[in-house]
Ligand binder design. Sequence first.
Ligand SMILES: [Zn+2]
Length: 51
Amino acid sequence: MGARSCCWPLGEPGEAGFRFCGADALAPKPYCAEHAAIAYVKARDRREDAA
Ligand SMILES: [Zn+2]
């Protein structure tokens, strides 16, 4: 234990049921493998859109 937990938000902030993923995060990222991949794809798509 001692690993960081994924802070990917699930649901809508302020609504009941909102929570963070909580899976083991992959340092130095604040997200687990699944959510780090999503975050990476989103950032890459933006760059390609702008180009
Ligand atoms: Zn996650």
